[in-house]
Design a protein around this ligand. Sequence first.
Ligand code: ISL
Length: 564
Amino acid sequence: SGDQQWWKSAVVYQVYPRSFADASGDGVGDLRGIAARLDHLERLGVDVLWLSPVYASPQADNGYDISDYQAIDPLFGTLADFDELLAEAHGRGIKVLMDLVVNHTSDEHPWFVESRSSTDNPKRDWYWWRPPRAGYQAGDPGAEPTNWESFFSGSTWELDRATGEYYLHLFDRKQPDLNWENPQVRQAVYAMMRWWLDRGVDGFRMDVINLLSKDPALPDGPPTRGGFGDGSPHYATRPRVHEHLQEMHREVFAGRDGQFLTVGEMPGVTWEQARLFTDPARGELDMVFQFEHVGLDHGVGGKFDPVPLDLRDLKASLGRWQTELGTVGWNSLYWNNHDQPRVVSRFGDDQRWWRESATALATVLHLHRGTPYVYQGEELGMTNAPFAGIEDVRDVEALNYWASATALGHSPRDVLRGLRAMGRDNARTPMQWDGSPQAGFTTGEPWIAVNPNHTWLNAASQYDDPESVFEHYRRLIELRHRLPVVAHGDFRMLHPEHAHAYVYERRYEGHRLLVAANLGPEPVRLSLEPGWSDEHVLLANVTGVQLGGEATLGPWAAVVALRE
Ligand code: ISL
């Protein structure tokens, strides 16, 4: 059903509303700001706009803590602003995906306010409440019902003094986990989803959707650092998640007219599991975000203790996902989102080879089999930010980590080094529209500092420059739209053992697409199958690339070639 799988030739653009464009001048991006910048998306040629959360929220985790799923936070505007953005996007042929955050709500959501009010409240069972561990008094060290460590540092359990019980929060204490065992919870979520689809949205990006189902026995996990345990065997990708997603598909999407897209964000998911989630015959999801390739540079101390990437590991990982989701299921392709450091700073070179490495990495990613996601500013080659100290940091994950790591005796200098390299705020500095003092993002005081490099790194200076990062992304997107081999071809990794070159071939109905990139600063020469020559080159990020029996690739050179 080719038409039903329209997203195979589509590219998605992610907007983080807080940091995209501020129309009101309060220093925080908003919906009217996004609407005013749709020209940028149209020029780039993307098919879908994924909006990070704009719902009513206390903003403890920048909107991933929702207090009303059917209201827009005043920070971002009104429902009327939303409807207008939707209409304007649709008018340009751009679909809109909402972020669906239903593993947890805000602790200020009325459901949780009711739930916490007494042990016999009808909504008590909508969340995970447990008494202190047997033999302990509430509040004692070790009294938490399990040893699980939160994604955002500390225990996953918070004591509520009113009833003397603890509630579960895999993320911040202001993000209590919903109990998906309860059918009323599930029906409330499906009704809310239908309400958004009725309003005209085109699908959902589903936040940590593989964490919905917990083992109700809530067993301890294997010990980790700092006296905690790893609870993930008891909450990640449990069998009932598949049941929940199938039920959601039936209750929300089945029989509805239109072309939708569902993508599930899934920390820790394996390709075996992803194949089940995305097998169309099972009726669960269209695609998933997996995390294997963005974990390859995490060190023994976790994400804030990074180690250099070995390109062979990256190729082995992405290559395996290509092969294993080749005939059943579908991949999402991404380097960046609002949780990851900027790829040009992370896997590229944001100094000497900034333009070349940004475009080489883009080339390698976009021509894989799967649906590419571009995170705002990535198409300009935006870089990590030079945070001077902890006072420049805004993210709850980073601030919680800072507090707990420094309390454990880690030196502030080391903690900051980790945050600078890997912190999520790197992705959250304002979009760089032009070289003016606040980068054209706001007329006010931005909620987080603009990166000083906006004076030369900005959209205005890249439009119509044939050598710009933006133009390169635009061409890659155009290739996906134009060439069936990009959307539908198979995948074969070449030179898998090469430490600096990333080379692969795609084939479809007699067409062969070759992608060859040098992801390093030293020149590379590679042997190729006979038959390739310079006349097959479709796109290159530098001049002077030679294709023959050998490919000669200068620093960070990337080339795309096509033949029959
Ligand atoms: O960046 C991470 C912390 O190391 C990830 O573990 C991240 O928290 C995880 O991918 C889940 O992310 C999603 O859910 C979080 C939210 O903070 C993220 O912004 C969101 O993308 C909780 O809703």
